[in-house]
Design a protein around this ligand. Structure first.
Ligand SMILES: C[S@@+](CC[C@H](N)C(=O)[O-])C[C@H]1O[C@@H](n2cnc3c(N)ncnc32)[C@H](O)[C@@H]1O
Length: 207
C-alpha cells in the first residue's frame, strides 16, 4: 500500500502525490494559473485530462478560477491520490474523479466549459527517459487521437480546450489533423511562460 504522504499546497489546498505520479504539473503546469486568469472569466466546470494527482486542476480550483472540477486518469494510484486530496480538503461537493482509460468511463452527462491537461508528450519510446512510460509515452499519438475524437461531446457549446504540449517532442502540426477532423479549430498556440519548452494548443468548436 502506497502511503501518499507527500503533498504540495496551492492556496490552502494540499495536493497529495508520489514522485512516480509527477509529470510536471506542479512545475510548468502551474503556468495555467496565470494564463487562465489573464485569458478567461471564472469557469463553471473544468476537466483535467490525464490528471495524475491533479496538480493543475486542484490549483485552478484553489485559485478560484473554476466553480467545480472533474479529473480523470488511467492510473489507479493517481486517482487514489486525488481521492485523498478531496477527502482531506473536504472537496466532495466540488470535485468528481474518474478512473478511466482516456474518456472511456466518463458519462455523457459530464459537460465542461474548459478542458486542460498535461498528457504524455512523447510519441515514441525514449531510452533516456527515467520516468515510467505511462507518464511520457503516447505511442503514435493514439491517446491524443482518441481524445480529440471524443472530447467534443463533453464540451459546452462555447467551451475551450487548452492542452499543454512539449515543443521538443511535437508541434501543432502533430495534432492539427486530429483536431480539425473532429469539428474543432485551433485558435492559437501560446508559449508557456514558466518554461518555454512547453506550449498550449487552444481549440474551440469550429461550428
Ligand atoms: C505527463 S503525466 C501528467 C501527470 C499530471 N497531470 C501532471 O501534470 O503532473 C501524463 C498522465 O497521463 C496519464 N495517462 C497515460 N495514459 C493514459 C490513458 N490512456 N488514459 C488516461 N490517462 C492516461 C498518466 O497516468 C499520467 O498521469
Amino acid at each position: 500500500m502506497v502511503q501518499l504522504t507527500d503533498y504540495v499546497e496551492f492556496e490552502g489546498i494540499k495536493v497529495y502525490y508520489t514522485k512516480e505520479l509527477d509529470g510536471g504539473g506542479a512545475a510548468f503546469g502551474q503556468d495555467y494559473i496565470d494564463f487562465i486568469r489573464r485569458n478567461f472569466p471564472p469557469q463553471e466546470r473544468i476537466f483535467e485530462w490525464c490528471s495524475g494527482p491533479g496538480f493543475i486542476g486542484f490549483s485552478l480550483l484553489a485559485h478560484g478560477l473554476c466553480k467545480t472540477l472533474c479529473l480523470a486518469d488511467i492510473n489507479p494510484l493517481a486517482i487514489q491520490a486525488c481521492s485523498k486530496t478531496v477527502r482531506l480538503n473536504s472537496l466532495e461537493s466540488k470535485v468528481t474523479l474518474y478512473l478511466s482509460d482516456n474518456l472511456k468511463k466518463i458519462p455523457s452527462s459530464e459537460k465542461w466549459s474548459l478542458v486542460v491537461g498535461n498528457p504524455p508528450h512523447f510519441s515514441r519510446v525514449c531510452t533516456k527517459k527515467r520516468s515510467p512510460e505511462i507518464i511520457f509515452l503516447d505511442k503514435d499519438w493514439a491517446l491524443h487521437r482518441r481524445f480529440y475524437k471524443d472530447v467534443g461531446k463533453y464540451l459546452e457549446q462555447d467551451g475551450t480546450l487548452l492542452i499543454q504540449e512539449n515543443s521538443l517532442r511535437s508541434s501543432v502540426e502533430s495534432f492539427r489533423e486530429m483536431i480539425e477532423l473532429n469539428g474543432l479549430s485551433i485558435v492559437d498556440t501560446p508559449i508557456c511562460k514558466l518554461d518555454p519548452r512547453y506550449y498550449y494548443i487552444r481549440a474551440v468548436r469550429s461550428e
